[in-house]
Design a binder for this molecule. Sequence first.
Ligand SMILES: [Zn+2]
Length: 121
Amino acid sequence: MVIEYSGIVIRSVLTDKWEKFYDGKGIDGKGIGYYMFHMDDFDVVDATTHGNAARFINHSCEPNCFSRVIHVEGQKHIVIFALRRILHGEELTYDYEFPIEDASNKLPCNCGAKRCRRFLN
Ligand SMILES: [Zn+2]
């Protein structure tokens, strides 16, 4: 285990409302869905204003970590785990596993991996 992706759990149907609220406050979402991690079809961990360092971990198509939703005492948590031994000073990355979207909504990937899929979604 590397770190928990912490934040506030919100219902996924409310993410658009929260994004509009953040836009109104001038909080920059960097164009990639703010700092919201979809746990499943129902819940999202919103780290935009209450997150920890996990929200700064970048995507890679050839990552050294992976994310899993785990259940602890009836509560869901997103945890980042190491995929392999990680060297001191090496950047942590995981695959964001965004759903595939059509050409008009593609987000280019700049991970730099040899086997980069060219898009995040
Ligand atoms: Zn990539």
